[in-house]
Structure formats: C-alpha cells, structure tokens
Design a protein around this ligand. Structure first.
Ligand SMILES: *Cc1c(COP(=O)(O)O)cnc(C)c1O
Length: 438
C-alpha cells in the first residue's frame, strides 16, 4: 500500500503496521507519554529554519533575514531553538514576549506585532528592549512616542502597510486587503499620512515598512504583486519626502501540506523568484533595495507537528454517518471548527489495514461543532484503544488550545536525533483550579 504521507518525516514501520514520525514509532510514544499528545520533530523545525535562511541569503545576496512568527507555536523551547538557529521572532503579546525572554531569546531580535497594543504592553516591550514595534495604528504610534520620550530613547519601528492585495485565500485569514483591520492602506492615503507623522516624532526611528497579505500561499505570485505595490510606494516616499526605507518586511504565509492534494512548495525557487523580481523592480524605480525580511510561522512548524489520540468509541448510524470519538478535540485543535481546515488522518497502530470506512472524527467536548475532520477514511474495525494520528498539527494547535469543558491541554513532546523529551508537560487537573481563589 503506498500512501502520500505528506512530509518526509512521516513513514511506516518495516512490518507495515505502525506509523512513524521522525523515525520513531508513534504507538510507542502514545504509550509512553499518553494521549492526546502533541509531537514535534525538532530536526524538521531546524531544517525549515535553515532552508529559509539559505534561500533568502541566495536570493538577496545576503541582505535579508528570516523571522519566525511565533504565534504559530509559542513555548519556551521553540524560542531557544530559534535563538540557536539565528532567527528573529515576531511576538504579538506580552505573554509571547515573556516566554521568549524566559527562554533567553534576545529581545533586540524581536518584532512586536498586534493591532491593539495597550500602554502597558508598550511599556513592557520597551522595558525589555524590544527591537522593533510593528506599528498598526495612529494611537499606538503616539503612545510609543510618549513612552520613548519618557525613557529618553529613540524607538525603532516598522509601519504596517496594507498594500490592497487579496490573496484569494480564506476570508478569515486574508489580511492584506484595504478593508483589513490591520495596518495603514496605501490607497486611502493613510500610509503616507502616518509616515509623515512618524517622521516628525523625535523619539521614533522608522526602520522600515511591513506588510503581510495572506496564508497558505504556494507560489510567488502574491508576493510579486505585493512587492510591486510596496516598492512603488517606497520609491514614491523617497522622491516626495526623502524617506529611505532601510528594511522591508514582506510577511509570511507560505503554504504547507494538509492533504495529499496540496502542492509541494518549492521554497528555494519561490524565494529566488521574489528576489529576482525585487532586484529588477528596485533598479527600474531607481532605488536601492532595502534589507528584506520574511516572517513565516506555519511553514516553520506545521509539518514538524503531529497529534496522537486514543479512540474511545465508534458510533455507526446506518445510512447516515459513522462517528469515531477521540480523547481530545476542539480544545487541542480548533481549526476545523474555525476555518473548516482539512487534515489527513491515519490509524497509527494499523497502517496495514485498509482505511476504507468513511467516518467523522469528533472530539469529547459538549459541542456538536467539535469536529476534528468529517468524511475521512479509517479502518472499519477501528475501536476503543486504537491510536489515531492527525498530521500537520505543529502550527496553530497548541497555541490555540483551550480548557473548554475543563479539559487539560496535551504536552508537547519533542523528537530529536532518535530521542524524545518533554518540552511542555501535560496540564493537570490541579493546574485547572490553580487560578480559582479559595
Ligand atoms: C500570522 C502572521 C505571520 C505568519 O503567517 P503564516 O501563515 O503562519 O506564515 C506573519 N506575519 C504576520 C504579521 C502575521 O500576523
């Protein structure tokens, strides 16, 4: 039986029975650590970081950097890995910043995003020497100027620009259109207006411009359209106001495979194409190409992750539907409920059985929408105690997890060099009541 297992770190044991992840037997890991369980392949994460860095160095003659958008998966160990790999990071809250700080991540390499940074957030970030604020709105810019003046510093910022590109992906994850809640639109004049305001501020240093247009992008097209609009704007601001953009962050959004039908992203080729386009465009506009940042989140960690569950019951309603209930659900994977996100699933302890029963895999929450995936194929004799694996769960799973129904969140077990270790321990029922005042 040959199946598309989506990523090179997924395979099957020699006897054909068990699903392997990063070369390790998932059924053994499920027995050792319990389920539900998040697995993360550390070697894959490191390889993804290196692939990005190699690609951008080649495409931009070294004048480029890669930031990991850490909202995709945020826990101490991941920031240590990012530091070791020489990556920058995006953070979107005091919580992410604090986690990075506690992991020893250098704050000078951190970029603080968010469309609503409170005064307390801004003060915390400056207190800890954040490298850059990515300014989303005017109120924030004034608050940064005030706080920086009070501290007698000059704070580096990027301005978040909305280039007006619709990436034709899910509405909920499209952020580059003019009606987006994020950033300053070029079309409406808001982008130029904020640039002038920021230029007039003595305690703000505009290091450059930022934009981020989409998600699950598999080819260069969206980035070329974005670069075209942004570089044109950069050239205009130079001509009209003498403003030189030193750094241009073109965002993240590169695609990963959730299904065999998803294309394989040619990362190196895609970034090379973006590089060629930008160099040509900058030359045509008569500007020096700024330093370029990419900030992928999903594509650094998604296929480095897998979730394991244990089946509790199978409910067959003849002529209607077959339900397979697992011991996790929307608390550890909200993405089907949120975006009807697709997934590939296997019975990890019976890879050699035909996966021929159409079923809907559901969680254990008191919510009909608590669905991991409808209409998937699993073996018809699947039952209590069997292990189900959901692939490509490294991004936006643990970071979106909740305690609905007072379920405890799964641990994160890292797989590296043929060994495994706990990076985030399993939550306990005592953790759940830890905040309840006596
Ligand atoms: C979420 C986000 C990213 C990362 O997007 P991915 O699709 O995970 O690569 C990058 N930049 C910004 C501003 C974001 O909000």
């Amino acid at each position: 039986m040959t199946r598309d297992l989506l990523c090179e770190n997924v395979s099957v044991s020699e006897d054909g029975q068990h699903l392997l992840f990063a070369g390790q037997d998932t059924t053994t890991l499920a027995a050792q650590y319990g389920t539900p369980l998040y697995l993360m392949d550390e070697d894959r994460i490191r390889n993804c970081c290196r692939a990005y860095k190699t690609a951008v160095v080649a495409a931009f003659d070294g004048n480029a950097q890669v930031l990991y958008a850490s909202k995709a998966s945020s826990f101490k160990r991941i920031y240590e890995i990012m530091r070791e790999e020489g990556m920058g990071v995006d953070v979107v809250s005091v919580g992410e910043m604090y986690t990075a700080l506690k992991a020893g991540f250098p704050m000078s390499q951190a970029y603080f995003h968010s469309n609503n940074k409170t005064d307390a957030d801004i003060a915390f970030a400056m207190e800890h020497g954040i490298g850059y604020f990515v300014v989303d709105n005017e109120e924030e810019l004034f608050a940064i100027e005030r706080e920086a003046a009070a501290r007698g510093i000059r704070q580096s910022v990027l301005l978040r620009i909305t280039p007006g590109i619709d990436p034709h992906t899910f509405e909920a994850v499209s952020t580059g259109k003019v009606d987006s809640k994020f950033g300053f639109a070029i079309e409406t004049g808001a982008a130029e207006d904020i640039l002038l305001k920021a230029l007039a501020m003595p305690h703000v240093d505009i290091a450059g411009l930022h934009c981020h247009v989409g998600s699950q992008v598999f080819d260069a097209e969206v980035f070329l359209l974005t670069a075209d609009v942004m570089l044109t704007f950069i050239a205009e601001m130079q001509t009209r106001h003498g403003f030189t953009t030193k750094l241009f962050d073109i965002g993240g959004g590169f695609g990963v495979r959730y299904l065999p039908s998803d294309p394989i992203l040619d990362l190196h080729g895609c970034i090379a194409e973006i590089g060629d386009f930008m160099k040509t465009k900058a030359a045509a506009l008569g500007i020096t190409l700024p330093k370029i940042s990419f900030e992928p989140g999903r594509s650094i960690v998604a296929d480095a992750g897998m979730t394991l569950y244990t089946v509790g019951n199978v409910k067959c309603i003849p002529d209607f539907i077959n339900y397979v209930s697992v011991d996790g659900g929307m608390t550890d994977n909200i993405r089907y409920a949120l975006y009807t996100a697709p997934y590939t699933l296997f019975q990890a302890n019976a890879m050699n059985h035909p996966h021929d029963m159409t079923c809907t895999v559901v969680g254990r929450c008191c919510e009909s929408g608590d669905i991991i995936q409808p209409d998937v194929k699993l073996p018809s004799n699947i039952g209590r105690g069997d292990v189900v694996a959901v692939l490509t769960t490294g991004a936006y799973h643990y970071s979106m997890a909740s305690n609905y129904n007072r379920l405890t969140r799964p641990p994160i077990v890292m797989l590296a060099n043929g060994e495994s270790y706990v990076a985030v321990r399993r939550e306990t029922i005592d953790d759940l009541i830890a905040l309840d005042v006596e």
